[in-house]
Design a protein around this ligand. Structure first.
Ligand SMILES: *[C@@H]1O[C@H](CO)[C@@H](O)[C@H](O)[C@H]1NC(C)=O
Ligand SMILES: *[C@@H]1O[C@H](CO)[C@@H](O)[C@H](O)[C@H]1NC(C)=O
Ligand SMILES: *[C@@H]1O[C@H](CO)[C@@H](O)[C@H](O)[C@H]1NC(C)=O
Ligand SMILES: *[C@@H]1O[C@H](CO)[C@@H](O)[C@H](O)[C@H]1NC(C)=O
Ligand SMILES: *[C@@H]1O[C@H](CO)[C@@H](O)[C@H](O)[C@H]1NC(C)=O
Ligand SMILES: *[C@@H]1O[C@H](CO)[C@@H](O)[C@H](O)[C@H]1NC(C)=O
Ligand SMILES: *[C@@H]1O[C@H](CO)[C@@H](O)[C@H](O)[C@H]1NC(C)=O
Ligand SMILES: *[C@@H]1O[C@H](CO)[C@@H](O)[C@H](O)[C@H]1NC(C)=O
Ligand SMILES: *[C@@H]1O[C@H](CO)[C@@H](O)[C@H](O)[C@H]1NC(C)=O
Ligand SMILES: *[C@@H]1O[C@H](CO)[C@@H](O)[C@H](O)[C@H]1NC(C)=O
Ligand SMILES: *[C@@H]1O[C@H](CO)[C@@H](O)[C@H](O)[C@H]1NC(C)=O
Length: 775
């Protein structure tokens, strides 16, 4: 059979299909703007026209009933216009995930690379690593889409709420408690997913690999605690805290990351549900920050305004409140059910719907889904071979290795020597479960490997006992566990939490280890011949003061939920094949912190009633481990090699008198002007030396502290971080550009950013360098 005949068959076949498409509306086009169909002649299919013009053309062709159906996460096909169906709800928090509605692992692709849970990856303090992870996930997601197992290209990740309270079950999903770190994570992650370059600015005409979504806007960092539920919680947030704690990550995400979406949260803020807040969604996000993209509600957040919050009197009032506020897409079905009624009662106008649809179809167009067969376009050639590739496994391993935090290492117990360790006892319910390593919002992994399997092979003999029946450890088999501990050279206890103890919709009510874990650990440490090693697997911090103070517990490591390759990373660190360098991205509070009401959103302490404040920036109380804490197998020394200026003069500006209690005079950042701001930039060069005998990757954290220690002013603020690789005995210089208008600023009570006069210290390790601000 010759070539021509084959072509003829294909042409006839295509003709036949085209006729069918035109004749029957029940056929669902597999993609929009099929060039073989007459619908491809519509302007909205013309890729040479501006997206905005195409979106406008498309929306103008829809009937009201067609429009309404497009306002929810499951958008049906519109066959008469050759428009395919679209599933908006997919997730990719730390790997292509099953948590949304768009993804299935039931075809040729059976799993995707599951990177460490975000809270662990944050500990590497490495923006480029975060970017590369997102880039890998973005490509895997495209590959899964190309294989027909993902029904959309919009991932509702990252989660960039600050980890405000240690009990939050979703704190594990976040990059920690510092707004600057969270913002930088968000920017790196969004750029990676969307196909932008690391520095940003690569995306031509806003063309997207994947659409990323920054959530949950805003101040939603409590799920279900002591009768307070995210559906009905009315967060009382001060303008001051909004300006310098809650908003900055979202601002960066939109302005620098160019995120193509944000998600509005369930909860209310100062009496107004987030998805009905015009000031926040339209004035701030769309107009001030310039969001180019769509705003989606958290799932059912529109319905809860009526069903739970009594904010909407009638169901259609929730439709009106959200569409008028600037929300574009309802995850859920409320808008599908009640928008018609809202129109009939004239509570919304068709133009409100058109605005939303314009934003929605623009995204689908920017994803390249209205340019004909996506398989033949950019990203269409990303194949299934990229999913679970060796390259991505290596990246997941790198992430876990460089993020695991060494919290204690008495008498240099670690690393263990491979040669000298003849037997190892591994004890703990978390050691023999591969799924626990993934945290939440995961997909099916490429491989299932438990920590126990990772450690087997490092010692001649590895014994195992779960110690507790379940992670909650309501029952501990102390005697049996002690028996095997006594027989072993070294003991590794794998304890902590799991998703039955901290997750979405479940905040913790205690800060210690659950059930009998502490008792078990202490008994084993007492009985073992040598000091034992405690490995903590958890997202939120736990109070392990008992272990910190117990001399028979020689080593403590925090592994977060280290992802599918976490076992290899832990084994490499325990046995000295890798030098740990991670640093805590959250404060580890003592158990007494549990008396602080989780629903109190204030960041700053309140001296009059003993409220201690939150996060290392404001918290006044005792800590188990500090933000930024983490050891390694070597010591690093720091010194300020050079600082180009140590006096900043901001003259001839309006000076705000010291009105707040014990505060000092200050000036408004908005009065300074960009030229003076730029001139005020301080170039700080820090010399770092690896004084030990082992190479290591080491994050250098630069903090700023004001000499005035009042509650208004942060106790210290992280102003820069950079990770360096240093061979044993080697040194390098790390340069930070400190921008006073950004880094020296704090919010005052009315939410405007100000710079206080007076003495500041730049801090790196124990080194200090003084800088004075004159106003
Ligand atoms: C697409 O739009 C461009 C620019 O307006 C125009 O020149 C071209 O003819 C259009 N293509 C089709 C197929 O209509
Ligand atoms: C895979 O699962 C999806 C969603 O449940 C379903 O629509 C699809 O038909 C399934 N595919 C196969 C090959 O079973
Ligand atoms: C929200 O309302 C629904 C319907 O009335 C109810 O079933 C659900 O329990 C409520 N949830 C909360 C957290 O109040
Ligand atoms: C320890 O084991 C390594 C291989 O893992 C081997 O190269 C080395 O010679 C051994 N050292 C001793 C002292 O036995
Ligand atoms: C680990 O758990 C699996 C079941 O999930 C069990 O079959 C296996 O025996 C356990 N391993 C050990 C060493 O107990
Ligand atoms: C991992 O374990 C899950 C649950 O036991 C199983 O469904 C899946 O097939 C396993 N994946 C691999 C790659 O072995
Ligand atoms: C826990 O496991 C032990 C055996 O290790 C068993 O005897 C006991 O009944 C279990 N307890 C619970 C509450 O499941
Ligand atoms: C402990 O965890 C197991 C397994 O998740 C669960 O069945 C049990 O109810 C839990 N016990 C308590 C007291 O929470
Ligand atoms: C690092 O320095 C401290 C204090 O000088 C010392 O106690 C510790 O043993 C050193 N650690 C390493 C790994 O060199
Ligand atoms: C000012 O702060 C101090 C110490 O924090 C406190 O004792 C005093 O009551 C405060 N005064 C006012 C007016 O708030
Ligand atoms: C670090 O900077 C100092 C001061 O500028 C310079 O003397 C030194 O050579 C630099 N060290 C390295 C390793 O570049």
């Amino acid at each position: 059979m010759g070539q021509p005949m084959t072509n003829k068959v294909i042409v006839t076949f295509i003709f036949f299909i085209s006729v069918l498409v035109l004749q029957t509306e029940s056929i669902q086009p597999p993609f929009s703007c099929d060039s073989n169909s007459v619908t491809s002649a519509f302007p909205f299919c013309n890729a040479s026209l501006p997206i905005s013009q195409r979106a406008k053309d498309l929306v103008s062709r829809l009937t009201v009933d067609e429009k309404i159906l497009q306002l929810v996460h499951t958008a049906p096909a519109i066959p008469r216009l050759g428009i395919s169906a679209f599933q908006w709800w997919s997730e990719g928090l730390h790997g292509v995930s099953k948590s949304g509605r768009g993804m299935s692992f039931n075809g040729t692709i059976k799993g995707a690379t599951q990177f460490p849970q975000v809270i662990l990856t944050a500990s590497a303090f490495d923006e480029n690593l975060w970017y590369r992870i997102a880039q890998a996930i973005g490509r895997e997601a495209r590959a899964v889409y190309n294989a027909g197992q993902l029904q959309g290209l919009t991932l509702w990740s990252p989660n960039i709420n600050i980890f405000r309270d240690p009990r939050w079950g979703r704190g594990q999903e976040t990059p920690g408690e510092d707004p600057m770190v969270v913002g930088k994570y968000g920017v790196a992650y969004v750029r990676g997913l969307q196909g932008d370059s690391f520095e940003g600015g690569k995306l031509k005409d806003g063309h997207l690999q994947i659409s990323a979504c920054c959530k949950h806007f805003i101040a939603q960092d409590m799920d279900n605690w002591n009768g307070f539920h995210r559906y009905t919680f009315d967060a009382q947030v001060l303008k001051q805290d909004l300006a310098d704690s809650y908003e900055p990550p979202f601002k960066s995400c939109v302005e620098q990351g160019k995120a193509s979406s944000i998600m509005c949260a369930y909860s209310l803020i100062n009496g107004i549900p987030n998805c009905a807040n015009y000031d926040l969604l339209t004035t701030t996000v769309r107009e001030k920050w310039g969001l180019q993209g769509y705003i989606v509600s958290d799932c059912d957040a529109v319905n809860v305004m009526y069903a739970n919050q009594s904010y909407a009197k009638e169901p259609e009032d929730a439709v009106a409140a959200t569409l008028k506020a600037g929300m574009d897409l309802n995850c859920g079905s409320h808008l599908k059910l009640y928008t018609k009624l809202a129109l009939e009662k004239q509570k919304v106008q068709e133009s409100d719907i058109d605005r939303a649809l314009h934003n929605l179809f623009s995204i689908r167009m920017r994803l390249g889904l209205f340019n004909g067969d996506p398989g033949k376009l950019e990203y269409g050639d990303i194949s299934a071979a990229e999913v679970c590739s060796e390259k991505h496994r290596e990246l997941a391993l790198e992430a876990a290795r460089n993020s695991i935090v060494l919290l204690k290492n008495s008498d240099r117990l670690l690393p263990l020597s491979k040669n000298k360790t003849s037997s190892l006892a591994v004890i703990g319910p978390n050691a023999n479960d591969s799924k626990i390593l993934l945290g939440n919002y995961h997909g099916d992994p490429c491989n299932n490997v438990t920590l126990l399997q990772g450690l087997q092979g490092y010692a001649a003999n590895t014994m195992y006992h779960p110690g507790c029946n379940f992670t909650n450890c309501t029952f501990a088999a102390i005697d049996e566990a002690v028996d095997i501990a006594k027989k072993a050279d070294y003991v590794v206890l794998v304890m902590g939490l799991d998703q039955t103890l901290e997750r979405e919709s479940l905040d913790r009510t205690e800060l210690g280890l659950p059930g009998m874990q502490e008792k078990l650990v202490t008994a084993i440490a007492q009985a073992a011949s040598k000091p034992v090693i405690l490995v903590l697997m958890c997202g939120g911090p736990v109070d392990v003061s008992f272990a910190k103070d117990n001399q028979k517990i020689g080593g403590i490591l925090w592994v977060g939920y280290p992802g599918e390759v976490g076992a290899a990373a832990l084994a490499e660190i325990l046995f000295g094949e890798h030098n740990p360098g991670g640093k805590l991205p959250v404060t580890w509070y003592p158990k007494e912190f549990n008396k602080v009401p989780m629903n109190d959103m204030r960041m700053r302490p309140v001296s009059s009633n003993g409220y201690p404040g939150r996060t290392y920036r404001f918290y006044k109380g005792p800590k188990v481990f500090e933000f930024g804490y983490g050891l390694s197998y070597t010591n690093y020394s720091y010194s300020f090699a050079s600082v180009n200026q140590n006096k900043l003069h901001f003259k001839n500006l309006k000076v705000n008198k010291a009105t707040e209690n014990c505060s000092v005079p200050n000036i408004a950042v908005s009065d300074i002007g960009s030229e003076v701001c730029n001139n005020a930039m301080i170039t700080v060069k820090v010399a770092v030396k690896n004084q030990g005998e082992m190479a290591g990757k080491h994050p250098v954290l630069l903090f700023l502290r004001h000499s005035n220690t009042v509650d208004e002013v942060p106790r210290k603020t992280l102003i820069g971080f950079k990770s360096v690789n240093l061979e044993a005995g080697c040194n390098t210089n790390v340069t930070f550009d400190v921008k006073p208008c950004e880094h020296f600023a704090r919010a005052n009570k009315d939410g405007s950013l100000v710079i206080d006069e007076g003495k500041y210290s730049l801090l790196v390790g124990d080194e200090e360098y003084s800088v004075t601000v004159f106003v």
